[in-house]
Write a new protein. Structure first.
Length: 94
């Protein structure tokens, strides 16, 4: 479960850095909640709180449930990061 927690943290860092690159290159944030948080400079603090809550839940749940939660969250953020890198690649082709 420790490896899932580390992977979840890495994926969230990649989400922040790749999202920033997409936005700098003229992309837009499709998630309205994230857009609102970014407008008020609250995205990174909210992301830190969200990551901490998920990690705490992973630690407090029984091992099987914690692993399932970690796999689901890593899958979601893996897709988000993949999509961000895809957007970066498409932007570089323009």
């Amino acid at each position: 479960m420790i490896l899932l927690a580390i992977l979840f943290i890495i994926l969230n860092i990649l989400d922040i850095t790749s999202s920033r690159k997409v936005l700098r290159n003229g992309g837009y944030e499709a998630n309205p909640i994230t857009r609102l948080l970014m407008r008020y400079q609250l995205f990174i603090p909210a992301k830190i709180v969200m990551v901490m809550i998920i990690l705490l839940m992973m630690a407090m749940l029984d091992e099987n449930a914690g692993i399932k939660l970690g796999i689901i969250c890593c899958g979601i953020y893996g897709f988000i990061v993949w999509n961000n890198f895809r957007a970066i690649r498409l932007q570089s082709q323009d």
